[in-house]
Design a protein around this ligand. Sequence first.
Ligand code: ADP
Ligand code: ZN
Length: 738
Amino acid sequence: MPRLNTSRDDARNADIQTDACVTVLLPLPLGRGYTYAVPGGLHLAPGDFVAVPLGPRQVIGVVWDTPPDAVPEGKLKSVLERLSAPPLPDVSRRFVEWVAAYNMAAWGPVLKMAMSVPAALQPEKPVRAYALAPDAPEFKMTKARGRVLGLLADGPPRTPKEIAAEAGVGPSVVKGLADAGVLLRADLAPPPAFEMPDWAATGPKLSPDQQTAADDLRAQVEGGGFAVTVIEGVPGSGKTEVYLEAVAAALAKGKQALVMLPEIALSAQWLRRFEGRFGVRPAVWHSDLTGVQRRTTWRAVANGEARVVVGARSSLFLPFADLGVIAVDEEHDQSFKQEDGVIYNARDMAVVRAQLGQVPVILVSATPSLETDQNVQGGRYRCHHLADRHGGAALPDIRIADMRQDKPERGRWLSPSLVGALGRTFGAGEQALLFLNRRGYAPLTLCRKCGHRLQCPQCSAWLVEHRLLKRLQCHHCGYAARQPDACDECGAEDQFTACGPGVERLAEEVAERFPDINAALAASDTIYTPAQAEELVRRIEEREVDLIIGTQIIAKGYHFPYLTLVGVVDADLGLAGGDLRAAERTFQLLYQVAGRAGRAQRPGQVLVQTYMPEHPVIRALAGGDREGFLAAEAKDREGAGMPPFGRLVGIILSAIDEALVDEAARALGRSAPRSAEIQVLGPAPAPLALLRGRHRRRFLVKAGRRVNIQERIRNWLKATPLPKKVRVQTDVDPYSFM
Ligand code: ADP
Ligand code: ZN
């Protein structure tokens, strides 16, 4: 077995000739790569994809430019072959190292994200085609065969399908001629997977504000070099139009562009808009692609054929041949934070990727995050503000429904004022959106007799009833079960009752109140493929739907001209729980949802149901006072030394055995660094103390902005060996405190 490279210094004392060896980084949780011998005649350069032996297996890795380690001759194994795939570019390799270091992950798992499509590394299959053989043997001529020969006489090679279609013959005729040696294989290179977008096509005539921002972005892309620019403006102010100008500029320069969107699977409207402007669809990258699509896209990005990529988080790790600009739309969105595997924030890593590649990056949002806002205020990021909605469309009128007075009936969730507004909207032939960020029918089911609550057996979480699926589900681990007939605590039969509403339950109330309207549910368990999303968007656009009842998947980016009323069913939902960003996130989400109302000629109205009308978030929302809210939020966080004014890292220990994880947590607690500049809170049971059958304990490490918190934690963890069965996860800049 080759040894692990432990440090670069080892190579200098190598006892074998290091130039005959290379370091190969493998996409496995193995640290920093292994040393392999290079067989004579094979020329390898950093970035090359190679196959190597690892124990009994053969794995694919990347030649890395760290010096190889000293390995005794007998133990050294050789690289097996170099693959034909384009090498992993230098910036991609530096990016892997950077992401790993910052997020406290090993290099291997980060590399794995950059080479997630093993099939793309194999040679591409050519397309089977035929031409006339120069000296054909004797064969029996028929009319059909004659037509084939005539067709191919002076034409380029064609695929069997083309020959059959153009000569008007059946496939057996083509096969017969090929078998007889009259046609010869003349394989073609596969056709380009993506066409060149028409970057010269002119976009809409921009407003003066839009033009200023677009000119600046264009100049940045043309000049090259790293800069971060924030495009901030109310929903509908034309932010997308502005950053598409930067995309066009990159294309004009012969470069690639990356646009990152949250919920890419649901961005049908965005894709159509892109196609309308540039004439072709961009390459898309998300987890719902088929194997073939992944392979084709990965390769097309690597060889520069895919000019524009629209993707989710993982698109950052694609091997761009020549990236010219990155845009992160809805930069504040929490879904840019990857919460499992390597935990990282794709918005922040996009900035790093841009810096390594020396290209501009654009952060786009109606409600930039506090982090981004502080970077603008500190002069580190540039900012363009788009003040008005395009075409003078008025911002919606936001009103509060104080649920303490404006009470729904028992077992109902819509206040009289919201019911009235819905009735008027439907009466005017317009559309409405009811927003409730909760999937399923009811978030809690309990026994009326004894109060027993149905809980997930593997998580500390309640089971959520999904009446459409006739199931109870755990939203944390996916556990699902039928509702039991009897309570397993007290044995009472048929005593279960649903508590609280989810979108399915709202749909029930709406159907009773407005039996004649068409309502559509939009939640991640009813709409989860791009095709379903596209179909829903079409039905809304063609006004087959009067009412959308949706979770946050419908809150972002959509533009529906006839949607004039938004009802926020429970504005307080996100404010509970002691999460650092609860207020900020709720404000962002509600502001986004409100932005769905009245985007065209018709004025919009937003009704916000709350039991806490005095809460600063609700007041800021009603008053449209985003700046005031941000200032207050910043002051709070600065006072508490919380991000972005201080640094935070979460450490989660988990194990199946509860005593073992407690023991490990105590041991780690004892050796925690103690100093004025770093504070370790915990260990404490995580709010989700049990997840997927694993018991979880948390630490929260807090430090000043200038402290190298990762290094401190690395040293701490290294000095405290823990049992193998205890998993340690580090979450740098955590968003989830569960
Ligand atoms: P945002 O990204 O800020 O929400 P969009 O770029 O989606 O805003 O613009 C909202 C709508 O207004 C879109 O339909 C867009 O095409 C249109 N629009 C924006 N700016 C212009 C313009 N200068 N000329 C014509 N249409 C525009
Ligand atoms: Zn569960």
